[in-house]
Design a protein around this ligand. Sequence first.
Ligand SMILES: [Zn+2]
Length: 232
Amino acid sequence: MMRAIKVPYLKHSELDHAAAELLRKYSEWKGSPARPPIDVDEIVEGYLGLDFEVANLREYLGMPDVLGATWLEDGVVRVDESLEGKDGRFAFTVAHEIGHWVLHRPVIEMEKVTLPLFSSKPDAEPKPAIVCRAQARKQPAEWQADQFAARVLMPASDVRAVAHALHGDGPLELAGLDAGREARLLIPELRSAADGIIADGNFNNVSNEAMCYRLLDLGLVADINRPQRSLF
Ligand SMILES: [Zn+2]
């Protein structure tokens, strides 16, 4: 049976700090500031020095919804080949695995958490691995890795700078934003704002959906009726 990794609660500010620290150290290693599009493959293979492969994980692990996996002891990160060519989803999954490496590897090493065993090479001894599946998105460890990925691929300062250049100082006000959120829909106006930020900020490896959520999280979009509402 799959076991969820137990991880300590992390505040948004702690996730901000962890992602910013990674980008700072990666920039130092690289010798120049990390700017979008953030080269997550280079972070894995170059800065972190891990093995990185695209593989048929669905067949290899026998899971139809696996996206990526990280073998902690071997230092191997694999992304499922079905994501190849899907720039936004591929880079997000790589950044998500980096999130596990940065946020969760120390926790697991300290607490000897039991993880599912999978050999990282055929005929090798089974080793513990973190396996990331589409259906597990709501588990705390998976949520944290997603949050970390968003912060690495879309650094707050870069997104804010582009948003301010395009829309001025305040949040971009959109009609129907709150109603859309209540209906769990990304409204077309939000999607087109996200496209504008992606194009102007060179966020070439970020999906429209991921940028929509980042704009909402950073408060860079607001419902056009919200300020009036607060008067009553
Ligand atoms: Zn994961």
